[in-house]
Design a protein around this ligand. Structure first.
Ligand SMILES: Cc1cc2nc3c(=O)[nH]c(=O)nc-3n(C[C@H](O)[C@H](O)[C@H](O)COP(=O)(O)OP(=O)(O)OC[C@H]3O[C@@H](n4cnc5c(N)ncnc54)[C@H](O)[C@@H]3O)c2cc1C
Ligand code: SF4
Ligand code: SF4
Length: 340
């Protein structure tokens, strides 16, 4: 099949509102021609107009090849797995979202030298503005624990810096399912321009995801303007059938999800993957009791990272995950978004 260029990506994905905003195309473009601009509800990347394939007829097609919105979308509930565990960190993770298990697995991996960098999403704790980041130190990782629901930043664009710029060879990526799908395409690709990315990624941790919110629309629009909540007053956001906004003063504001429809990124309405079925390890809150993380350990590599964290007493695991609860939520997402 002839390679497809950014023009195909534009017509099939950017212009149709199906872009998830994962940033994979931006990372792998060898001409650095693609980028995201800042603003409310940015629906896709833009190009500076130069394209190796479209302009110079050089075989490329990297951007199209890694995009999770081309071809079939995963639509499974639990996906294939080796183990289902409830897990928690054995050490204090002050900002952890669930059980701190994701932080514990990665802290152990960094301390043991199993990975040299983590590509993930961080936030400015004053403005809550998210940004993609490359973490190489355990203390920074622990400081950055917690979920960014208004995460939208082109997370994988940071892979360009990690792989090509800084030449890390043992990278862990944490991402929501759309980002995980793009990384899976990188790992499977036989395109010479994409292979360095796939080879450098040693571990992929996928976070369960029903939808994500645009920062400007949720934090500045809905919460600041409508609910009069300054970003720096917010300690933690949690989505559990409603948005719980836990404030620094200990009080909680509840926002019904129905009010947040307009804050959801457009591309999320087409997404049928709750549990990141293409990851090495998936992690979520649902299925375990409060204070624990559900881990779906999918690959031998993922199991190796979990086992090492347990052996080094950084992670406690138990069985007894409520699989029915996860399947119900996953099926609801598939049904809701398959129709569109
Ligand atoms: C947008 C979003 C939606 C989610 N929706 C659900 C849901 O519907 N149901 C459910 O059960 N679980 C959901 N989760 C997962 C859940 O919130 C926790 O992330 C998960 O349980 C792991 O908890 P933990 O305490 O082990 O992670 P922690 O130990 O707190 O570590 C979390 C790690 O994830 C990284 N991170 C945070 N946000 C992002 C992001 N947006 N992209 C990439 N990396 C990030 C942090 O940097 C940190 O290293 C969602 C997460 C996100 C980000
Ligand atoms: S989904 Fe990701 S790879 Fe596809 S166009 Fe959007 S940002 Fe690029
Ligand atoms: S709902 Fe799907 S497209 Fe939207 S952020 Fe989550 S994984 Fe990505």
């Amino acid at each position: 099949m002839a390679a497809k260029s950014y023009l195909d990506l534009k017509s099939e994905v950017w212009d149709t509102g199906s872009c998830s905003g994962c940033g994979a195309c931006v990372a792998v473009c060898p001409a650095d021609s693609l980028s995201f601009y800042e603003g409310e509800m940015v629906t896709g990347p833009t190009s500076n107009g130069y394209c190796k394939l479209a302009t110079d007829n050089v075989n490329c097609g990297a951007c199209y090849a890694v995009c999770p919105r081309t071809g079939n979308q995963p639509a499974e509930t639990l996906g294939t797995y080796l183990e289902l565990l409830s897990a928690k960190s054995t050490f204090e993770v002050p900002h952890k979202q669930s059980g701190g298990a994701v932080t514990a697995i990665l802290a152990n991996a960094l301390d043991e030298g199993l990975i040299d960098a983590i590509v993930t999403v961080t936030e400015d704790r004053w403005t809550l503005k998210p940004s993609s980041v490359i973490i190489t130190k355990t203390d920074v990782l622990i400081q950055q624990a917690g979920s960014r629901y208004s995460w939208w930043v082109p997370l994988l664009a940071a892979l360009k810096v990690a792989v090509i710029g800084r030449k890390y060879k043992r990278i862990a990526v944490i991402g929501v399912p759309c980002a995980v799908q793009a990384v899976s395409r990188m790992r499977d690709s036989d395109n010479d321009l994409i292979k360095p990315y796939g080879k450098a990624i040693r571990l992929v941790i996928g976070l369960f995801c029903t939808e994500t919110f645009d920062y400007n629309a949720l934090i500045l629009g809905k919460l600041k303007t409508h609910y009069k909540l300054e970003p720096h007053e917010i300690k933690k956001l949690n989505v559990k059938g409603k948005l719980e906004v836990l404030k620094q003063d200990g009080s909680t504001t509840i926002v019904p999800l129905a009010e947040l429809e307009t804050c959801i990124r457009k591309g999320c309405h087409l997404c049928t993957d709750l549990t990141a079925v293409l990851s090495d390890i998936s992690a979520g809150a649902i299925g375990s009791s409060s204070g624990s993380t559900t881990l779906i350990v999918r690959t031998p590599a993922g199991k190796g990272f979990v086992d090492r964290a347990v052996q080094n007493r950084k992670l406690d695991v138990s069985i007894g995950v409520d699989t029915a609860a996860i399947e119900k939520l996953a099926l609801a997402k598939i049904k809701r978004n398959s129709k569109k």
